[in-house]
Design a protein around this ligand. Structure first.
Ligand code: FAD
Length: 597
């Protein structure tokens, strides 16, 4: 993390200086704003966190709840989501607090006595090397608390308005008029992060379609004493006659979540769920001594066919998260996919509002995320079906499916189709390990200036900035190219093939030592070398050592383009397809108050 760019300030450096607009903000709901976010669940708060990078954008958050969620709901945090939290500077806190899912066990009826369960398999939860981040479990309420804290520390000092229910939403010319509580707000854009019964979706005339039948699970976070040996491992347990339980150990070392599929929802109590768990786990017993939270979670696999109102022009209304897709909790995707929707949309809204990007950029949100959601629903239908099936039919197949779909559940299988922000794969052979359309897969490197081992992907913060990674050839082409790409208004990072002791910082071109901030200080954190201890990044990511390459990365860390190292013209053409004319941009672009780029 970089700070003190504009002068030394005592105190906690993670608390940004408040933007001047904060002091001028009204106490209550304003009459108008740039973006109105309806709903402060995972989708709404990630969207707000991304927009908070641009304090001049007037963002308003409302939620009908009286205050933040305090307990319950989702708990699975996929590797990709932890990567995203890293970009917001929140990963360390999350990892410290969370349970880390390392292995998964499978239990089935013992063939010798099917009334008893026996362990039939134990596999790694996450395939080695697919992410530098772990798969973790933490209460959704805690995830939201980290994000609320982030908003509070941001220059925008964003704070949700709780107890505010949205009752009406209508498009009005170049904006949207929204009835909130007993007032009306006019917004340039409205984003419905308002869950499965979304009012914004209804106002857009859209609906969730799919399975008519809801499946119900009893969910219970318990403190219990048990002789079941795998209670601190994720365990999928299928009994012969009494159904299934999914055991998810929770943060803190003692708490455990039990998911129990139900035949019906009538008469379900924590006691009846505990009794069902005991029947399934026989001959083991579980003595529930405390219930932290419990619920009957009833949901079908449903999807909306479009996530915006942009059929006939520029979209002004969007939906994200459960407002667009619902699915079972079995694969632990709900919160993750919802937050990924929001990140995808956040930087695009900011770029258009700041006059940097063409408004057509906003169409890519629905196009990209609707497809991801459709894949998720297909996956979930199969996964949840296998979990519920009688073990004799699908035990082995379920285990195999779990392993083969690991990249999907880790959130790293998403691949966006070619569009104005995702190029074709003509030069993919220059960097096979950075597939165009997929998230930039980080790898260990050593920072040249201070010899610090770091992860290259962690240089990409959630700041709405496009990045250009220059991977050097065997000669000095990178140094020569750096000067010519400096005019492209993109954050340039250089990765050399040489070891960090073989290169001299003071011989590097100015483009790799950019001057920043009020004091014109030098940013020394743009140059990297392989870290032999973690594997050479050129080998790990299949980078052509003779030719080198350029890798263009979107603000949400997805690879947009791979290009020859010298193809600066092609880079310019690609960026021009996204951005508005730079001369116009310079005139209309407001000051951001950001100092890091
Ligand atoms: P949500 O988290 O649903 O947030 C929507 C927000 O919008 C809410 O805060 C709501 O108060 C607000 N809102 C709604 N309508 C309005 C309105 N008209 N005006 C203003 N505000 C509004 N997933 C799991 O994986 N495991 C679980 O055990 C599990 N249990 C769940 C239990 C419940 C009761 C619910 C509701 C969900 C559960 N989920 C679970 C799903 C998981 O929580 C969601 O996938 C995830 O929260 C989706 O995030 P979201 O931001 O899209 O929507």
């Amino acid at each position: 993390m970089q700070f003190y760019l504009d002068g030394y300030r005592p105190g906690d450096p993670t608390v940004a200086e408040a933007h001047p607009s904060v002091a001028a903000r009204p106490d209550g709901l304003p009459a108008d704003c740039d973006v109105l976010i309806v709903g402060c669940g995972p989708a709404g708060l990630v969207l707000a966190a991304q927009l908070a990078a641009f304090p001049e954008i007037r963002t308003v958050l409302v939620d009908r709840r009286d205050g933040p969620l305090t307990v319950g709901q989702a708990d699975g945090v996929a590797c990709r989501t932890v990567e995203m939290f890293q970009a917001f500077g929140l990963a360390n806190r999350l990892i410290d607090e969370a349970y880390q899912v390392n292995e998964v066990c499978f239990w089935q009826p013992d063939p010798a006595d099917p009334s008893r369960i026996t362990r039939v398999g134990r596999v790694d939860d996450v395939e080695e090397g697919i992410s530098e981040m772990p798969h973790v479990i933490v209460n959704q309420a805690r995830m939201l608390a980290y994000l609320l804290d982030y908003l509070e520390r941001s220059a925008a000092r964003l704070r949700p308005f709780y107890g505010m229910r949205v009752t009406g939403v209508r498009r009005d010319g170049d904006g949207v008029v929204v009835d909130v509580g007993d007032t009306t707000i006019r917004a340039k854009y409205v984003v419905g992060c308002d869950g499965a019964r979304s009012a914004v979706r209804a106002a857009m005339g859209r609906e969730l379609t799919g399975d008519a039948m809801n499946v119900a699970w009893g969910v219970m976070d318990v403190l219990a004493v048990t002789d079941f040996p795998d209670i601190r491992l994720k365990a999928a347990v299928q009994s012969a006659e009494h159904g299934s339980v999914l055991i998810i150990p929770r943060e803190g070392g003692f708490l455990v979540r039990l998911y129990i599929e139900l035949d019906g929802t009538a008469g379900v109590t924590p006691e009846s769920l505990a009794a069902a768990a005991n029947r399934i786990l026989h001959p083991y017993t579980i003595d529930v001594r405390g219930v932290g939270w419990w619920s009957v979670y009833e949901i079908g696999q449903r999807l909306c066919d479009r996530f915006d109102d942009g059929e006939a022009g520029s979209p002004r209304m969007f939906i994200a998260g459960d407002a667009c897709h619902t699915h079972s909790a079995k694969a632990g995707q709900g919160m993750n996919v919802s937050m990924a929707d929001a990140w995808n949309l956040g930087w695009k809204l900011a770029a258009v509002l700041r006059g940097e990007a063409r408004p057509e950029l906003l169409h890519t949100y629905s196009a990209e995320r609707q497809r991801v959601a459709a894949e998720l629903i297909d996956f979930d239908r199969k996964f949840a079906g296998m979990f519920s099936a009688r073990p004799a039919d699908s035990g082995e197949e379920f285990r195999r499916y779990f392993v083969t779909q690991g990249r999907f559940t880790a959130g790293v299988a998403t691949r966006y189709a070619p569009s104005m922000i995702t190029a074709d794969t003509a030069y993919q052979s220059l960097a096979e390990g950075f597939p165009v359309g997929m998230r930039f897969h980080s790898a260990p490197v050593v920072r040249l200036a201070d010899a610090k081992p770091v992860h290259l992907g962690h240089a990409a913060r959630a700041d709405g900035v496009w990045r250009l990674y220059l991977f050097g050839d065997r000669g000095d082409t990178l140094q020569r190219v750096a000067a010519s790409v400096a005019s492209k208004d993109i954050d340039i990072l250089a990765v050399f093939q040489q070891g960090h002791r073989e290169l001299a910082v003071d011989e590097m071109p100015a483009a790799l030592l950019p001057r920043k901030g009020r004091l014109g200080l030098i940013d020394y954190e743009k140059m990297f070398c392989p870290d032999p201890r973690g594997g050479d990044i050129f080998d790990l990511r299949g980078i052509d050592r003779d030719a080198g390459c350029m890798v263009v990365v979107r603000p949400d860390q997805y690879v947009a383009h791979v290009l020859p190292l010298t193809d600066v013209d092609e880079l310019g053409v690609f960026l021009a397809g996204i951005r508005v004319d730079t001369t116009v941009q310079m005139e209309t672009r407001p000051s951001t108050g950001r100092h890091d780029y």
